[in-house]
Design a protein around this ligand. Structure first.
Ligand code: ARG
Length: 593
């Protein structure tokens, strides 16, 4: 039971005994006491005045006195106007610390047989380009959200929909066929996703050149010129052949997509993210097509004269939405309808969360509505976890004009920068050890910086700031953790026993215990609000509190064995909570640094 719960139960009882009227404990929410007052938890007594028929001060006094007599957790109290500030007794705090210490899963609620299943979709790349900074934010958010939901006792299935078919992939394929001279990842030494991305860029360049020529030649607008371009016609023809199952096109598609997957896998592994089940658009779009065609009979969709299929959503305040093109080929939305249906067929999903950028807000509004209209009772319940754009702050790692920041380049640069920043710390380590720490720190900096902000906000990633050991950064947390681990190692080496009667915590130690005790509530709140940022900022506050404590007191050199053992236990608990908390952000913690 949390300390907040113990206090709200006790206050409810106090009100009942003192004034004879019941107040539900759930309506009594103890707040952390403000810094300028003495106490740990504060109760606002104004809601009880109707019952007590006394002034705020008198009411708070009476309840405080009752608690002091009847609730063992309460040590002292003081009253400031209508606020009852409660100090929890040191012995009680010590008990709280002992419980944290003895619970290997502290802060984590494991799922059981009755837990509901949440599916979290994230990443979901197209196979014509490598992953970029936007994907990095997406992957980190999705992975962290999945960890946080799992820590709240949900069964979680992490999924990914790879948009592996369509005109964009045909463009890369065509460019490779025309100008690739048989280049492969092996022959070029390029990562497969980069190789394909380069052909996509090549296609785009040539198409832009052709389009410009046609615009001048035929005096038409850009869209029309592009439509008239022979290159586009070839790409469209390739897509048509792909949908018709042409063996040659399919074989090329398979081969090139595999290069891309091999490349993605490397990036995913470096980022430390993974998936339980990957869906491919090529396997789901036909299901979507069927549902859309079925929708015509049900009167949910309609066919235009040119053969294209649409849904009229104007009655719901939205647009007309294209679902099948005039040539019968499928669009993005149609695939998503099929994908959703298959997922619900494959898993007993209680909640489906799509981690996708906010430029697709409209898409998900339409998807939810269409699924609902098609009769899926879960259609309305889809959650779009919508996040904002991320761009690179102008600095050393500047992106080239108009190009996106490549995920692999970014990871490399972060690791290099960690190495540079911490070179002096690494001087007495083996190369492998230093490399491993640079990897953990570089990625930790990146992850923490992207996750500590509200996901909905647009943001700038500032590499230099992210790696500053003294700021609100991942490396600051990692450094705090490594420092604690080093204290604990030295305690072990010195043979300092923790098997002694623990001293009662003083005020500052108590404050640290209270912070540790908050962790459970933070994880729960982060799960309710889908917020990795809450966990990140909690970890930062905890690390700051610990550093204050570390600065103020000696641990290893403390003479009193009971006090020393208490401080070691506090240090150990802090390290574990930091590790668990940052683990929910997908961060790793170095044992030394
Ligand atoms: N591949 C898409 C894109 O790059 C994102 C897919 C998001 N997920 C979804 N179920 N629609 O824009």
């Amino acid at each position: 039971m949390t300390i907040e719960k113990i206090i709200s139960d006790a206050v409810s009882k106090a009100v009942k005994e003192l004034y004879g009227a019941a107040v539900a404990p759930e309506t009594i929410v103890p707040q952390a006491t403000k810094k300028e007052f003495e106490g740990h938890l504060t109760i606002v007594v104004f809601p009880f005045l109707k019952i007590s028929r006394k002034a705020p001060e008198a009411t708070a006094q009476e309840i405080g006195a009752w608690l002091e007599r009847n609730c063992p957790a309460v040590g002292r109290y003081n009253v400031v106007k209508g606020f009852l500030n409660i100090s929890i007794s040191p012995a009680f705090w010590l008990d709280v610390l002992r419980q944290i210490d003895s619970d290997p899963d502290y802060g984590i609620k494991r799922p059981d047989a009755d837990s509901d299943l949440v599916m979290v979709e994230y990443s979901s790349p197209n196979t014509n380009k490598p992953l970029h900074l936007g994907h990095v934010r997406n992957n980190l958010l999705g992975y962290s959200l999945a960890c946080i939901l799992a820590a709240n006792g949900h069964k979680v299935v992490k999924t990914n929909i790879v948009n592996d078919r369509g005109i964009h992939i045909c463009k890369s394929m065509l460019a490779w066929q025309k100008w690739g001279n048989g280049a492969t990842p092996e022959s070029t030494g390029k990562k497969g996703d980069h190789l394909i991305g380069d052909f996509y860029v090549e296609f785009s360049k040539r198409l832009a050149r052709d389009t410009k020529e046609i615009m001048e030649r035929d005096n038409v607008d850009k869209e029309e010129a592009e439509r008239r371009s022979p290159l586009m016609a070839e790409a469209r023809e390739m897509l048509r052949r792909w949908e018709a199952g042409d063996p040659e096109v399919r074989a090329l598609w398979k081969r090139m997509n595999q290069w891309v997957y091999d490349g993605f896998d490397v990036t995913y592994r470096r980022l430390g993210v993974d998936f339980d089940k990957i869906y491919y658009e090529s396997d789901t779009y036909l299901e979507g097509k069927d549902l859309v065609l079925g929708g015509i009979e049900k009167g949910i969709m309609y066919r235009k004269d040119d053969g294209s299929v649409w849904a009229d959503l104007t009655a719901d305040g939205l647009d007309h939405k294209l679902l099948l093109r005039a040539d019968g080929t499928s669009v993005y939305m149609t695939q998503d309808i099929g994908t959703a249906k298959l997922r619900y067929q494959d898993f007993p999903i209680a909640k489906m969360i799509y981690v996708v950028g906010n430029e697709q807000n409209y898409h998900f509004q339409v998807l939810s509505l269409l699924l609902d209209k098609l009769g899926f009772k879960w259609g309305k319940d889809l959650t779009h976890f919508s996040y904002g754009m991320v761009e690179l702050h102008n600095g050393k790692m500047k992106s080239r004009e108009g190009t996106v920041v490549d995920a692999d380049d970014l990871i490399d640069a972060m690791i290099a920068s960690a190495k540079e920043t911490a070179a002096d710390r690494f001087s007495d380590m083996t190369t492998e050890e230093a490399d491993e720490i640079a990897r953990v720190v570089g990625l930790g900096a990146l992850k923490y910086f992207l996750l500590k902000v509200d996901p909905r906000k647009n943001m700038l990633f500032n590499p230099e700031e992210s790696i500053d050991f003294n700021g609100n950064t991942g490396p600051f947390l990692q450094y705090t953790y490594a420092r604690i681990r080093s204290v604990l190692r030295r305690a072990g080496e010195a043979g300092l026993s923790r098997d002694v009667e623990l001293a009662l915590p003083n005020e500052k130690e108590t404050a640290l215990i209270q912070k540790l005790a908050d962790f459970r509530g933070v994880v729960a709140e982060a799960g309710r609000r889908y917020s990795p940022a809450l966990v990140a900022n909690y970890c930062y506050e905890l690390a700051k509190k610990y550093n204050q404590f570390y600065h103020d007191y000696s641990i290893l050199r403390e003479e009193d064995a009971g006090v020393r053992a208490l401080r070691l236990m506090l240090s150990d608990a802090t390290a574990r909570v930091l590790r668990t908390g940052t683990g929910l952000l997908g961060m790793e913690m170095p044992e030394r640094m």
